[in-house]
Write a protein that binds this ligand. Structure first.
Ligand code: TYD
Length: 669
């Protein structure tokens, strides 16, 4: 189904952005290289550390492995919400390089520690450093890639972080194999892997040092406000409780993560003690899991074309639970590995469908906090399971039962995994109930889908945009004179206004006597004026082949009502596409000026909107630039602080181009 946004993108001729553009963009390519190599290294290191403490731990190896995992979860529970705020206070590039170098050093020295407690400590510090690296990257990304590429950049970033998982496990298996042939490493299989990990972080530091990451000056002086961070967290939690969809999802997601904690805590012991596999066997299981997860993540989007996303989410959870129950019953590594692929598949499918379900259904203003709170809760779930499940397995201990003559190994590990699987089934059932209640109460989306009308192909439609006092009036007059001197038939008009009804609306909108107007009312009135204007003035003039110059148009509504009033660009866009039946300008000339300067220039008495705060006008000015950046095919941005004649030259240049394009089109048609 093509949404209004798709239609508009088509109408406006916005080209979709490709992954290829991104990967050939050097700063981004370097960042991805740094991240791919270091996450590969980190996954290898993760397995190696687990194997190391397992060996050092001897007969309490089970607890030692869980201990490492807990040490790695703890930082995000303790500092998770703060890390982002911290990153805004320091030089991001330096943070990333220092974190990389320190992690390299810590990993490389780990083989010499000999004490489990020191390894716990090192793991804790390593994870704390990662906790700084990641938000530093997330915060830098918008400065490294164009805005319209952000979604692509984020998915690539996710893929390089988690996509490395299956390969790292095979490499770990390989590394373990190679090191068993070498003299020193024969007895210290993990050291080799840990050093490889260290080197991967050195590489990352080197790459990051070559990326032009800038830290906005204003951010470094911002005060670090703890109470604000705390308020956000509390508000996020309240939202999770009160929103029926989010609370149903939270249960499912947190239980799934707790099961992941159980698997992380138990799998290594399960592989080595219950299934009697070599250390390389751990790698096989992790590879199997990663492989399944990759396939699950890739296929779930195809799957949801057939079933609803919430159904897909619940069934993925149940599928994962059943796979886990089955894995825990397997007698040997090969069968366990085979079923682990299925486990990975359902986990990947659950993750993606859950994530997208939340993204689609949680309002933008709550999204950050919602994801933040779910992350903290999930980590807490993993953390508790890491402690609880190995403990449960230990308490139950090894058992053997006989069914007939067949001795069956019924270790505590198997039983603990079964408990985890049953827990997920229970949670999936409750999530399903919660979601079905939500489905009943789900409001039908507004069917504000307009019947779009093609613009007339003869005339040319030019809009002038800019903050108050950016000189639109003067430039429009000069542009008209220039066009008329070339014999072009020009119609100059303005918004709000341009029709009798429109001028009356204008009076209401701008007069102080009107008093307060609700933002939505305001957006509707501007759109009402525009609708009348387009149907009775602009489209007919374009059909006659005129050049129509309009003082302000849709982009004013996007900037003023969408951004500065906070109604949201998408909603205001939808409303206006409906009102105009999809008529967009062929050219938008944005006269860019710092808002303070514009307000100073203005000599007349300020109208209702001009009276807004400086903050409001700064938002408008920023919004214009954002919108222009997203639509380079329509927008021309001109620095309006230059002399009027100079600005006019740039305007003429833009007009020439759009007139020429139209002639060329005409020749072809
Ligand atoms: P206008 O006379 O165009 O302002 P200026 O004197 O700066 O050229 O007045 C229109 C005012 O209405 C201006 O403050 C911008 C605002 N406006 C919106 O908020 N939304 C809209 O869609 C339009 C067309 C204008």
């Amino acid at each position: 189904m093509s949404s209004v946004a798709d239609e508009v993108a088509r109408l406006r001729g916005t080209k979709s952005s490709t992954f290829r553009d991104l990967l050939t963009h050097p700063p981004f390519a370097r960042l991805m290289a740094a991240q791919t190599v270091s996450s590969l290294g980190d996954w290898i290191g993760f397995i190696a550390v687990a194997a190391l403490v397992k060996r050092l731990g001897g007969n309490v190896g089970a607890y030692a492995v869980a201990g490492v995992m807990m040490a790695r979860m703890l930082p995000s529970i303790l500092f998770g919400p703060l890390a982002g705020a911290l990153v805004d206070r320091f030089d991001r590039k330096r943070i990333m390089i220092v974190a990389d170098l320190s992690r390299a050093g810590l990993y490389a020295s780990m083989p010499f520690l000999g004490s489990i407690w020191l390894i716990f400590l090192f793991s804790f510090v390593i994870e704390s450093l990662s906790l700084l690296w990641t938000p530093a990257r997330d915060a830098s990304l918008p400065n490294l890639v164009p805005r319209r590429q952000l979604a692509n950049a984020n998915s690539l970033s996710l893929v390089t972080t988690y996509g490395a998982l299956p390969f790292s496990a095979s490499i770990f298996a390989l590394v373990a194999g190679i090191s068993s042939l070498l003299p020193y490493f024969k007895t210290h299989q993990e050291s080799f892997a840990l050093w490889i990990d260290g080197v991967s972080f050195l590489f990352s530091a080197f790459m990051v040092s070559r990326i032009p990451i800038r830290t906005p000056g204003s951010l470094t002086v911002g005060r670090f406000d703890m109470s604000r961070v705390w308020k956000d967290v509390v508000e996020g939690m309240r939202f999770l409780r009160e929103n029926s969809l989010a609370s149903a999802m939270t249960l499912g997601i947190v239980s799934a993560f707790s099961a992941v904690g159980a698997v992380l805590g138990l799998y290594i012991i399960f592989a080595t003690d219950t299934l009697h596999a070599e250390p390389a066997g751990i790698g096989v299981l992790v590879t199997a899991f990663g492989l399944g997860m990759g396939v699950g993540m890739a296929l779930v989007n195809k799957l949801v074309q057939a079933v609803e996303r919430d159904v897909a989410f619940v069934w993925s959870l149940i599928g994962a639970a059943i796979s886990l129950l089955a894995v825990a019953a397997m007698p040997n590594l090969s069968l366990a590995a085979l079923l682990t692929v299925a486990l990975g598949f359902f986990c990947g499918a659950a993750w993606v469908s859950g994530y997208v379900l939340l993204q689609e259904n949680v309002a933008d203003e709550y999204r950050g906090r919602t994801f933040g709170s779910i992350t903290v809760l999930s980590r807490l779930g993993i953390f508790l399971s890491l402690a609880a499940f190995p403990a449960l397995a230990g308490v139950i201990g090894p058992h053997r039962v006989r069914i007939g003559h067949q001795p069956i190994d019924l270790s505590g590990t198997r039983i603990a995994l079964w408990v985890a699987g049953l827990g997920v089934i229970l949670a999936a059932g409750m999530t399903r109930r919660g979601l079905s209640r939500f489905r009943v109460s789900r409001p039908k989306p507004l069917a504000l889908v307009p019947k779009l009308k093609r613009p007339p192909t003869t005339g040319v439609f030019v809009a002038f945009e800019g903050v108050e006092g950016s000189g639109k009036g003067t430039q429009i007059r000069l542009a008209r004179e220039w066009l008329e001197s070339r014999g072009v038939d020009v119609l100059v008009t303005r918004e709000p206004g341009g029709t009798e009804l429109g001028e009356r609306l204008r009076e209401m909108l701008l007069s102080h006597e009107t008093g307060h107007i609700e933002p939505r009312t305001e957006a509707l009135l501007f759109a009402a004026s525009r609708s009348q204007h387009v149907a009775s003035v602009i489209r007919p003039a374009l059909a006659e082949g005129k050049v129509v110059i309009c003082d302000r148009y849709i982009d004013s509504s996007l900037a003023y009502q969408g951004w500065a009033r906070g109604l949201g660009e998408q909603d205001v866009l939808t409303l206006n596409v409906w009102a105009t039946q999809g008529l967009f300008p062929d050219l938008v000339i944005l006269l860019h000026l710092e808002p303070e300067e514009g307000l100073l220039r203005s000599l007349e008495e300020p109208d209702r909107i001009e009276m807004e705060s400086g903050d409001f006008h700064a938002k408008v000015s920023d919004a214009y630039l954002k919108i222009a950046e997203e639509h380079p095919e329509r927008f021309v941005v001109i620095d309006a602080s230059e002399a009027p004649e100079k600005v006019h030259e740039h305007v003429v240049e833009a007009l020439r181009r759009v007139l020429k394009d139209r002639e060329d089109d005409g020749d072809e048609g």
